[in-house]
Design a protein around this ligand. Structure first.
Ligand code: UT7
Length: 361
C-alpha cells in the first residue's frame, strides 16, 4: 500500500501517477537560447544637476564616485508592470512571438505594483498571455540573471518552449529623497528576454548562484513586509524607503564578482579569454572597472550604460544586454558573461552563447 493510500485524508483520490512517468517522458536535454531581447525606459530624465536641487550633492561627486550622469523616472500614471509590458512587447516582437504563445512568465523585481498579485501575474493579464503560468523572483539586482537561469531550467528539461523573463523596477518610488548617499543612484526601467529550446549545448552554457544572507541588513527596505508593516513611524523615519550601507555592499561586490564569475565560467568550460562581453549589474563604474581588472578582462568588454540610467536593480543587466544588441555589437557565437550582485546579499553568474543570427526587429 502506498503512502497516499495509507493516508485517510486522501481516501477517494484515484487519478494519480505513482511512477513519475509524465515527468520522465517530458524531460529532455535541450539547450535554452535567447530568441528575443528588448527593453524600455520611461521618458523623464533626472540629471545630476536636478539632484543638486534636491540634496546637498554635486555633479562632480556623483560622476567621480559612481560614473552616473542621469537616470530615468517612471511617470505618475505608470507602474512597474507598465514598464514590464513595454519591454516584453519589444522582446516578443524580436522573437516573432505573440503573447498568446507564452507558456511561462518570470519577473525579477523588488518593486512590484503590489506584493500580491505578483508582478508576473499582473503582466500576464496586461499582455494577454492567456496560456502562461507565472511567478516572480525576488533576488534584488540579480533578478534578471536568476530569472534567465530559472526559466532556462524549464526550457532545457522540456517543460516549456516559450518562456518570457522580465526584469522591471520603479526604484524611484522607494528612494529616500532625503538621503544623498542613495538617492543619486537609482533609476527606473525594464528589460525582457524570450527563451526557447535549441540543440543541447547551445545558449546557456553554465551558471552559478550564491547567497550570503548574513549581510542582508546592508541593503534593505526595513518596513516593507510582515516584520514591520508600514506605519506612521516607518513613514516618518523613511523606513519604507531603500537603506544601503554602500561601503559594505561595495566590498562584498568587488570580492564576490570574481568568485561567482569564475564558478560560472568553469561550469561553462570557458575562461576569461573566451569571453566577448561582460554584462554586469550597473551599480557603480568603479565596481565595473575593479571587476574587469580582477577578472582579467579588458574594461572595454564590460558593458556600461549606468551614466544614462543609473542603478535600475534587476533591470540594469537587461538594459545593458539589450543596448549591445541594438547597437549591433553582438555577433552570432559571442560568449556573454552575465554577473549580478545585490540585496540578499545575492550573487549570480551565467555564461550564454549568443545564438541569434537576425538583427533586432
Ligand atoms: O545595486 C545594489 C548594489 N549596490 C551597490 O553595489 C552600491 C555599492 N556602493 C557604492 O557604489 C558606493 O559605496 C557609493 C556610491 C554608494 C558611495 O560611494 P563612496 O565612495 O563609498 O562614498 P562614501 O560613502 O565613502 O562617502 C564619502 C563622502 C562622505 O563624506 P565624509 O564623511 O567623507 O565627509 C559622504 O557623506 O561623500 C559624502 N557623500 C556625498 N557627497 C556628495 C555621500 N553621498 C554623497 C553625495 N554627494 N551624493
Amino acid at each position: 500500500m502506498s503512502a497516499l493510500q495509507r493516508c485517510s485524508r486522501f481516501n477517494g483520490v484515484t487519478a494519480r501517477s505513482t511512477t513519475g512517468k509524465w515527468l520522465l517522458d517530458t524531460m529532455k536535454l535541450r539547450g535554452s537560447v535567447i530568441a528575443g531581447l528588448g527593453s524600455y525606459v520611461p521618458e523623464r530624465i533626472l540629471t545630476n544637476a536636478d539632484l543638486e536641487k534636491i540634496v546637498d550633492t554635486s555633479d562632480e561627486w556623483i560622476v567621480t564616485h559612481t560614473g552616473m550622469k542621469e537616470r530615468r523616472v517612471i511617470a505618475e500614471d505608470q507602474n512597474t508592470s507598465d514598464l514590464a509590458v513595454e519591454a516584453s512587447k519589444v522582446a516578443l516582437r524580436d522573437a516573432g512571438l505573440a503573447a498568446e504563445d507564452l507558456e511561462l512568465i518570470i519577473v525579477g523585481t523588488v518593486t512590484p505594483d503590489t506584493v500580491f498579485p505578483s508582478a508576473s501575474a499582473i503582466l500576464e493579464d496586461k499582455l494577454g498571455a492567456k496560456r502562461a503560468a507565472s511567478f516572480d523572483v525576488v533576488t534584488g539586482c540579480t533578478g534578471f540573471v536568476d530569472g534567465m537561469i530559472t526559466g532556462s531550467q524549464y526550457v532545457m528539461t522540456g517543460g516549456y518552449d516559450n518562456v518570457l523573463v522580465v526584469a522591471a523596477e520603479a526604484l524611484t518610488r522607494v528612494t529616500n529623497w532625503e538621503d544623498r548617499s542613495t538617492c543619486v543612484l537609482f533609476g527606473d526601467g525594464a528589460g525582457a528576454v524570450v527563451l526557447q529550446p535549441d540543440e543541447a549545448g547551445k545558449g546557456l552554457l553554465g551558471y552559478a548562484m550564491d547567497t550570503q544572507g548574513f549581510a542582508g541588513e546592508a541593503l534593505t527596505i526595513p518596513s516593507s513586509g510582515s516584520a514591520w508593516p508600514p506605519d506612521e513611524k516607518a513613514i516618518a523615519e523613511n523606513a519604507t524607503k531603500i537603506y544601503m550601507n554602500g561601503h559594505e555592499i561595495f566590498r562584498m561586490a568587488v570580492r564576490g564578482i570574481p568568485h561567482i564569475a569564475g564558478l560560472a565560467m568553469s561550469k561553462a568550460g570557458v575562461t576569461n579569454e573566451d569571453i566577448d562581453w561582460v554584462v554586469m549589474h550597473q551599480a557603480n563604474q568603479r565596481i565595473l572597472d575593479a571587476a574587469a581588472d580582477r577578472l582579467g578582462i579588458e574594461r572595454a568588454r564590460v558593458v556600461s550604460n549606468l551614466h544614462k540610467y543609473g542603478n535600475t536593480s534587476a533591470a540594469s543587466m537587461a538594459l545593458a544586454f539589450d543596448e549591445i544588441y541594438r547597437d549591433g555589437c553582438l555577433q552570432t557565437g559571442d560568449l556573454v558573461l552575465l554577473v549580478g550582485f545585490g540585496a540578499g546579499f545575492c550573487l549570480s553568474g551565467a555564461v550564454v552563447r549568443w545564438e541569434k543570427e537576425t538583427p533586432p526587429r
